[in-house]
Design a binder for this molecule. Structure first.
Ligand code: C5P
Length: 479
């Protein structure tokens, strides 16, 4: 990676950086990082000190994109023989896509060198409370807050004591006092020190303060012939504990449930090259499939022709026509929940041409239309394999709620998600949706109107509603 020497930049740029970093209470170096991150994320700011946006110094770490979100850790390495394990810890954190910035106490430098730590972390290593290398630096504030988690490994008896009593006379203790992030401590010390009443008091105080501890383990000590509780946890144990704090397991309220979803339009062939279609993009149905999968459900998505990637972890059956869609839906039963989001063509051509229809002097050939099977109504009225919760959609351009209510009765489903698809709303093919959830509640029909949301948010909200209905009997569909 290239490195950038701030001092070699133009005076105007330096002035801008000084003003901006002072205003945002960051070091110049960190401000450059923020600017680069903003540029990469497409949030470029004009290069003038007068247009600097206010960025609170304690803003939470930015959301990152990607399958496994990146996270960052400030790793404080204390002075103990276990410090050598921290070198492995850096590697273990980095392989979990966790950025690591390291702070070495004075004592730690007796066991590991800043050079070794820097080589492994690919970052500068911090050792001093007052850092002459950075202009406008408030290093302890930055290191305390520009991260998602602080890990102390090894956490020596002395570091525990300092932290429990709020000392701040070196960089490590100042960071621990200045942070508002979660702190994970991996204690390492001689068993007598660990069992000493003072350490016991300090550990109890730290636990009351909300600090998380991993270990220490029991085993042999570095001191010949000594054994007991006091060995620092292994690097992999600490990395796993850090990952659990950074990426807590997502609840899976639909685990064990099988969810069947239809999405997209159907194409009803006229002849081998032409078909009847509609403007459905399939985005809403696909977003529901992804949300249900994320909630732990086994998801079968029966989709008409769409221009979307199959959602990860979902079984997708691609179909063209309404009749093929019904066939795949029936084959996918039984299911616990069925959501019919597809915009199924109501009609198809009765006699699909085997060859391409030709233009003739007589004008357009007559197209005899016949009704398609109504998949939602068919499944809602099944005697044996009807899913316990059947959800339909009502895309209307007028009288939205009234039409949706009568659809609920006519089709025999439990809920209807009604949305206005008149062209002015931009819902068809667009990314946002305004929906109303229509359901039966004790003989009455309830209408729950949601604010305008992205289709992903609508999907998450609908899945959350379904998850609640699975556990909350009062939300159960009326039979
Ligand atoms: O009757 P309408 O097409 O407005 O009903 C919409 C609801 O019915 C949607 O949930 C849609 O997926 C479903 N539907 C269906 N099969 C059809 C027509 C509609 O499953 N042939």
């Amino acid at each position: 990676m290239a490195s950038l020497t701030i001092r070699k930049l133009d005076d105007a740029v330096k002035t801008y950086l000084r003003l901006r970093s002072a205003k945002n209470r960051r070091s110049v170096e960190e401000e450059v990082r923020v600017i680069l991150r903003e540029l990469i994320e497409g949030r470029e700011e004009p290069l003038t000190p007068f247009a600097v946006p206010p960025v609170p110094s304690s803003t939470p770490a930015p959301q990152r994109t990607g399958a496994l979100p990146e996270a960052s850790v400030t790793l404080i390495i204390g002075g103990g023989i276990a410090a050598y394990k921290s070198l492995d810890l850096i590697r273990r954190l980095k392989e979990r896509r966790i950025e690591v910035r390291c702070v070495l106490t004075k004592a730690a430098q007796q066991f590991v060198t800043p050079l070794a730590v820097s080589a492994l972390s690919h970052e500068r290593v911090y050792t001093d409370l007052f850092d002459p290398q950075s202009e406008f630096d408030a290093g302890h504030i930055r290191l305390a807050r520009d991260c998602d988690l602080i890990v102390v490994a090894p956490a020596t008896a002395d570091l525990l004591a300092k932290m429990a009593n709020g000392h701040a006379d070196d960089l490590a203790s100042a960071i621990l006092l200045a942070t508002n992030r979660k702190v994970l401590l991996a204690p390492a010390m001689n068993p007598l020190m660990w069992n000493n009443a003072a350490t016991r008091r300090n550990v109890a105080q730290l636990q009351r303060d909300g600090v998380v501890l991993i270990g220490p383990n029991s085993g042999e000590m570095a001191e010949a012939g000594e054994a007991g509780v006091g060995r620092m946890s292994e690097a992999i144990e600490i990395a796993n504990a850090a990952e659990r704090l950074l990426r807590p397991p997502v609840p899976k309220p639909l685990a064990g449930k099988r969810v069947l979803i239809t999405a997209g339009p159907t194409h009803e062939p006229i002849d081998p090259v032409r078909y009847i279609a509609n403007r459905s993009s399939g985005k809403q149905g696909f977003a529901i499939a992804a949300a249900a999968q994320a909630a732990g459900a086994e998801v079968i998505l029966v989709s008409g022709p769409v221009d979307l990637d199959d959602p990860a972890g979902v079984t997708v059956k691609h179909v063209e026509s309404a009749r093929q869609m019904l066939e795949q839906v029936q084959a996918a039963l039984p299911a616990d929940i069925a959501i019919f989001a597809a915009a199924v063509a109501d009609w198809r051509v009765a006699n699909e041409g085997e060859q391409k229809l030709k233009k003739t002097a007589a004008g357009m050939p007559p197209l005899q239309l016949v009704e398609n099977p109504d998949i939602l109504a068919t499944i809602s009225k099944l005697a044996d394999k009807r899913p316990p919760l059947v959800v339909g959609f009502a895309a209307e351009t007028e009288h939205l709620i009234d039409n949706a209510k009568s659809k609920l009765a006519r089709k025999g489903c439990d809920w209807i998600v009604a949305n206005d698809v008149s062209p002015a709303t931009g819902v068809m093919g667009g990314d946002r949706n305004t929906v109303h959830l229509i359901s039966r509640k004790g003989g009455e029909i309830a209408v729950d109107s949601w604010p305008v949301m992205t289709k992903e948010q609508v999907a998450i909200e609908l899945v959350a509603h379904i998850a609640r209905s699975v556990t909350d009997k009062s939300l159960e569909p009326a039979s």
